[in-house]
Design a protein around this ligand. Structure first.
Ligand SMILES: [Zn+2]
Length: 60
């Protein structure tokens, strides 16, 4: 399950929450209980340049 980061717009608390899907509703702030939270874009590091296995062996 992906972990999303949320930023409370009311008190500015940054918290993480496990979400089953990206379309789930944002959880309330654990600090103040406000629903004014904004989900931050998860900018996880991309995997090292993996060579695309695009081998097109032409058959005879
Ligand atoms: Zn808050």
């Amino acid at each position: 399950m992906p972990i999303f980061e949320y930023l409370c717009l009311a008190c500015g608390t940054l918290f993480e929450k496990l979400q089953k899907s990206a379309g789930d509703e944002a959880p309330p702030c654990p600090a103040c209980g406000s629903a004014q939270v904004k989900r931050k874009l998860s900018s996880f590091a991309a995997p090292p340049s993996s060579t695309p296995s695009a081998g097109c062996s032409g058959g005879g």
